[in-house]
Design a protein around this ligand. Structure first.
Ligand SMILES: Nc1ncnc2c1ncn2[C@@H]1O[C@H](COP(=O)(O)OP(=O)(O)O)[C@@H](O)[C@H]1O
Ligand SMILES: [Mg+2]
Length: 245
């Protein structure tokens, strides 16, 4: 009989603690990777990310939820209704910032460098990328070259700079992104349509038909260093949070 040697996973992983999810990604996200959480509004992106951060913080991991979408009290009350009291998670920092602040990206990158978080959620990436690039928020070396470029190229370069900096931090980073889904729309996963090529992993959350029912589903479309299936896994939002079936 030929025995297949058991090869342990050499990569350190960050558990999601979402019931049913870790087994789909060999135990968790590869540490330090940048993961895109894409989906239509209301599908559960913010709940998924706050669940992952809350449970990681309760396990002693240093976490940052950077909210650029709504005021922090709304994220906080959404967490509390699931029984995740941010005050109990001493290692979880909730921060709400103005997405139009020209210093936002610089602040974020400095905060990541100085505070050395284990897990970070940026909710949402679109809040940054949909901002028009103005000379006042061009701060990267590469960007100093782009004054003569058209806005699309300028945005592409800016995104590449941001992703490069995020990838260089030791934090595992979740980026939420709103997806426009309409019949016949074969467009990208993000509004900028570039981020999906720059990230290490993609989770796609959808509301759609599963058999005769309309369900929420989660598919792992990309996860570097990880064996994945591409199935749409139905999930539920229960009174204790997200649970995959
Ligand atoms: N306790 C709950 N039970 C079931 N569904 C809930 C509960 N709380 C919120 N939801 C659902 O979650 C949705 C909001 O999820 P959220 O993560 O904020 O979405 P988004 O993808 O826009 O970030 C609401 O539209 C609602 O349908
Ligand atoms: Mg949200």
């Amino acid at each position: 009989m030929v025995r297949v040697a058991f090869v342990p996973d050499a990569f350190e992983r960050v558990k999601t603690f979402v019931p049913g999810m870790d087994k789909l990604i060999q135990g968790g996200f590869p540490k330090g990777h940048v993961i895109l959480v894409a989906g239509t509004p209301g599908v559960g992106k913010s709940i998924l990310c706050s669940q992952i951060l809350y449970f990681n913080a309760m396990e002693g991991k240093k976490c940052l939820y950077l909210n650029l979408e709504q005021n922090s009290s709304r994220i906080e009350s959404q967490m509390i209704q699931f029984g995740w009291d941010p005050k109990k998670a001493k290692n979880l920092k909730l921060l709400s910032l103005d997405a139009d602040d020209p210093n936002l990206v610089n602040f974020l990158l400095l905060e990541l460098k100085n505070s050395q978080y284990d897990v970070v959620c940026l909710d949402s990436l679109d809040s940054i990328t949909s901002n028009p690039v103005s000379p006042s928020n061009l701060s990267f070396k590469e960007e100093s070259k782009v004054f003569a470029m058209d806005p699309l190229n300028m945005n592409r370069l800016r995104l590449k700079s941001i992703f490069k900096a995020l990838g260089q931090s030791n934090s595992t980073i979740l980026l939420t992104s709103e997806r426009v889904e309409s019949p016949g729309n074969q467009g990208g996963l993000t509004r900028d349509t570039i981020s999906e090529f720059l990230c290490d992993g993609i989770l796609l959350l959808r509301i759609g038909s599963v058999g005769t029912a309309v369900r929420r589903t989660l598919a792992i479309l990309k996860m570097r260093l990880t064996k994945i299936d591409l199935f749409a896994h139905p999930f539920e939002i229960t009174e204790t949070g997200i649970r995959l079936e």
